[in-house]
Design a protein around this ligand. Structure first.
Ligand code: ZN
Ligand code: ZN
Length: 388
C-alpha cells in the first residue's frame, strides 16, 4: 500500500504502489510497463492523471528526441514517460503542502523553474537557466514534465504546486487538458505587451496554439483578428473561435491579403504559430512600422531573414518558450468564464492503453483529428468522437 512518510493521503483516493506507464524505447517505439507511483516532495503533490492531450511536440519527442532532454541526453531508452498536457485530481500532498486539498481537480503547467536562477527570480521560469538540470550532482530542482522529467502518459505524476491550476467542476477533463495550450497563446500575447484591445492581430498557422491564439486575442478585445493557414476546415474552426477574417494562403498571397483586410495597412501584432520556412519574412511584412512579432512555433530548418527590413521598420521580434508568467492561470480564467469554447479543437478520446492508436490519429490527422486525448479510466469504446 502506498504510504510514504510525511505524505498526506486520503482513504477516498486509494493509491496503488505501481501504475501503468508508457515508456519511450527507440524512436517511435512506446511500450506499456509498470512503474512505481512517484512520491511528492516538499512543495509537490501527487496528481492522479485523468486525461492527457497529445501535442505536436510530443510527436517530435517520440519520433526525433528534441526538445526533450533526459539526464542531458536524448530521451530514447531511458525509461522516460512522455506527455505534458495533462489534468487530474490531487491525491497526495507532499510535506507542508496546504495550498491544495486531496480530491481537488487541477490542470498543470509544464514548467517548474529552479526558483533560484536570475530568470526564475524575474518570473521567467520557462526560460530557467537551470533548464533540465534535475539529476545527479547537478540537481537544481528544475522540472519540465514530459520534457526533462517523466510526464503524463501514465496514471500518476508529481507536480510542483506552482504548476497547478485549479479548475471548476463544470469544466470537462478534455477541456481542462487544453488550458496549457491556451496558456501558451496567452503567454505570446503577454510578451507582446498584452494590451491588444482594439489592436489588429494576425495569427499564422491554425494548429492548436494558433486556433486558441485567435480565441485568446478576441477574448482580450483585439480587432480585427486575422487567421492565415492552408486548410479550410481548420480556418473554419478559427472563425468559430472568433477570427474576424481567415486567409487560405494556398489561394491568396498572405501579406497582400492581410493588408487588404486591415484597410491597406500592416497590423500591430503577429503571433507566428506555423513554423513555416517563409513565416518570419512574411510576419515582418504583415506588421506595420514599429509592430511586434511573437514566434511561438519550432521551425525545422534555419532560414535567411530580411534583417534590414526589421531594422528599417523598428520591428520587434519575440521568441517564447512554453506557457510562462502564469499565463495558464489567465487562460483558465477566460475558459471558466466561457469567453471562448476551447472544446472546438478537441476531436477524439481514446483509452490510455490505446495510446499508439491515439498518436496515429494525431500524427496522420485521421478523421481531421486536431486534439486527441487519452484517459486512464472511463473510456471503454475503441474510440469515441468528441460530443456535439
Ligand atoms: Zn504541448
Ligand atoms: Zn531557474
Amino acid at each position: 500500500m502506498y504510504a510514504p512518510a510525511a505524505v498526506k493521503t486520503s482513504s477516498d483516493y486509494p493509491i496503488p504502489d505501481t501504475m501503468r506507464a508508457w515508456v519511450l524505447g527507440d524512436p517511435g517505439k512506446l511500450s506499456l510497463t509498470q512503474k512505481p507511483v512517484p512520491v511528492p516532495g516538499r512543495a509537490e503533490v501527487l496528481v492522479r492523471i485523468d486525461a492527457v492531450a497529445i501535442c505536436a511536440t510530443d510527436l517530435e519527442i517520440i519520433y526525433h528526441g528534441p526538445p526533450a532532454s533526459i539526464r542531458g541526453g536524448m530521451p530514447f531508452n531511458r525509461n522516460f514517460t512522455p506527455g505534458h498536457e495533462y489534468m487530474g485530481t490531487v491525491v497526495a500532498l507532499g510535506p507542508g503542502v496546504d495550498e491544495y486539498d486531496v480530491g481537488q481537480r487541477v490542470t498543470v503547467e509544464i514548467h517548474a523553474g529552479c526558483g533560484q536562477c536570475k530568470r526564475c527570480r524575474e518570473g521567467m521560469y520557462t526560460a530557467c537557466h537551470n533548464y533540465g538540470l534535475n539529476y545527479g550532482d547537478v540537481d537544481k530542482g528544475h522540472r519540465a514534465n514530459g520534457f526533462t522529467t517523466d510526464g503524463g502518459f501514465c496514471e500518476y505524476q508529481v507536480n510542483n504546486i506552482n504548476t497547478l491550476v485549479a479548475i471548476p467542476d463544470d469544466m470537462s477533463d478534455e477541456e481542462a487538458t487544453l488550458v496549457v495550450t491556451a496558456g501558451t497563446a496567452m503567454y505570446g500575447l503577454t510578451e507582446l505587451g498584452g494590451l491588444v484591445a482594439g489592436e489588429s492581430v494576425v495569427v499564422t498557422g491554425p494548429g492548436p496554439i494558433g486556433l486558441l491564439g485567435v480565441a485568446v486575442a478576441k477574448a482580450m478585445g483585439a480587432e480585427p483578428v486575422i487567421l492565415t493557414g492552408t486548410r479550410d476546415n481548420r480556418l473554419e474552426i478559427g472563425r468559430a473561435l472568433g477570427a474576424d477574417h481567415v486567409v487560405n494562403v494556398r489561394n491568396e498571397e498572405a501579406v497582400e491579403a492581410v493588408r487588404r483586410l486591415n484597410g491597406g495597412k500592416g497590423v500591430d501584432y503577429v503571433l507566428e504559430c506555423s513554423g513555416a520556412p517563409n513565416a518570419v519574412n512574411e510576419a515582418i511584412r504583415m506588421v506595420n512600422r514599429g509592430g511586434k512579432v511573437c514566434l511561438a512555433a519550432f521551425p525545422h530548418e534555419e532560414t535567411p531573414v530580411d534583417v534590414a527590413h526589421i531594422v528599417r521598420n523598428n520591428i520587434y521580434l519575440y521568441g517564447i518558450r512554453g506557457e510562462g508568467k502564469s499565463a495558464t492561470h489567465r487562460a483558465q480564467a477566460f475558459m471558466s468564464q466561457k469567453r471562448f469554447d476551447a472544446r472546438k479543437i478537441h476531436t477524439h478520446t481514446f483509452p490510455l492503453d490505446d495510446l499508439p492508436t491515439a498518436i496515429r490519429y494525431a500524427k496522420d490527422r485521421v478523421e481531421d483529428a486536431i486534439k486527441v486525448v487519452v484517459k486512464a479510466r472511463g473510456v471503454s469504446a475503441a474510440h469515441k468522437l468528441a460530443a456535439e
